[in-house]
Design a protein around this ligand. Structure first.
Ligand code: FAD
Length: 357
């Protein structure tokens, strides 16, 4: 797996600025598909790499050091594969793992009415007619929406939290994707999706009708660890460029790195990165409560990434805000960590729930 990541990282490094500028992976998408990384979380008996959350963290961290958008695309793909691994029937695994080894997957939960309150906001209609469901409605802020062939879609089949159902849908004319021009983590194929009478056979329901919330939340929780590793990679990238700049930039008869105030800023970031790395990898090795551990990691990841990006811009001064510069890109990427895969406040609710139980 390390070889795949190293090779992919060197390809992505060359194109990272272009991917950010164009908000599109371009030919890097082919490199991703051909690299074997799509099998990251798919069990070996189905032809995958058989990785777990620890491996996914390593992949996310390493790729986010060069492009958070590419890292996020791969992690959301793996999350779609993980939904099949955790909740799919044997027949669904046999059908969809081979597809997910070659083509991109995504998981589409969020709608325009609000992403945090999943049970209250999902209204994409899934109506049963005979042995199939017809899906109509829209989703937004969907990573890989532009690239995906396989969609894990949460739709409404009834009232309340038990009225949600998770489907595996395949790319068809009825699914239209519109690119979203987000500030950070660009190139992840973020899109709004319109579903117009998309037919999904009942055999492509995950678990059973009404289990959609369980599938969505149960898949998101452990996958917040790899997602948090993207924040770690961004923070490490920020520290690296800030140290490099501080050592080179002349000021007051020396370099910025001679100034204790600058040294303290860099040291603070290094300490926070250390704390995040240890928390994250410890949780990935010994996960016992994915809801809690995923939420803790995600809160810390957003905090550390934002702090590191702030310091990077600070060290670069006005140059740190030049459009497309490394510090400016990291600044946009870091803020994005806060919302994708669950907003910080919602993560705090999960932590508080455990404290107060
Ligand atoms: C880059 C990116 C990629 C994404 N990829 C996907 C994807 O692949 N699939 C998918 O389904 N979704 C995806 N999302 C959507 C993401 O899950 C939502 O943005 C997130 O859940 C928050 O929902 P919202 O943006 O609608 O904000 P809202 O739910 O409208 O919340 C707005 C603000 O209110 C706060 N808030 C909400 N509820 C509470 C509360 N109870 N207490 C205190 N504060 C609260 C939030 O913290 C937030 O700051 C992505 C988002 C981003 C930014």
């Amino acid at each position: 797996m390390q070889k795949i990541v190293d090779e992919l990282k060197s390809i992505v490094r060359e194109k990272a600025a272009e991917i950010d500028r164009n908000n599109d992976m371009g030919d890097v998408l082919d490199a991703v598909k051909e690299s074997g990384i799509l099998g990251l979380i798919i069990p070996e008996e189905y032809g995958g790499l058989g990785g777990g959350y620890y491996d996914a963290c390593v992949v996310a961290e390493e790729l986010a050091k060069v492009s958070a958008g590419v890292a996020h695309s791969i992690i959301v793909h793996s999350m779609a594969a993980d939904a099949v691994r955790l909740y799919g029937s044997e027949e669904q695994k046999e059908i969809f793992f081979p597809k997910l080894l070659k083509s991109i997957g995504t998981i589409a939960i969020t709608e325009g009415k609000g992403g945090s309150d999943v049970a209250g906001s999902v209204s994409l209609k899934a109506e049963k007619q005979g042995d199939a469901y017809t899906l109509s409605g829209s989703k937004t802020l969907i990573t890989n929406g532009m690239y995906a062939d396989v969609f894990i879609v949460v739709g409404r089949t009834g009232e309340g939290p038990k009225g949600l159902t998770a489907f595996i849908a395949e790319k068809s004319e009825g699914i239209k994707a519109t690119r979203i021009d987000l500030a950070g983590m660009r190139g992840s194929g973020l899109a709004s999706l319109q579903f117009d009478n998309v037919e999904v056979h009942e055999s492509n329901v995950l678990v059973k009708e009404g289990a959609g919330l369980k599938v969505a939340l149960g898949t998101l929780a452990p996958n917040r660890l790899p997602f948090s590793a993207i924040g770690l990679g961004i923070a490490e990238r920020c520290l690296e460029i800030a140290v490099e700049r501080a050592k080179k930039r002349k000021a007051f008869g020396g370099t910025l790195s001679d100034l204790q105030a600058v040294q303290f800023m860099l040291a603070d970031v290094a300490v926070e990165i250390e704390a995040l790395r240890r928390t994250l990898y410890d949780a990935a090795r010994n996960m016992s409560d994915p809801g809690y551990e995923g939420a803790v990691a995600k809160i810390l990841s957003a905090r550390v990434a934002k702090k590191a990006a702030d310091v990077a811009v600070e060290v670069f001064g006005g140059h740190g805000l030049l459009r497309g510069s490394k510090a400016e890109r990291a600044y946009r990427d870091a803020k994005t960590i806060e919302f994708a895969e669950g907003a910080t406040e919602v993560m705090k609710l999960l932590v508080a729930r455990k404290l107060l139980a």
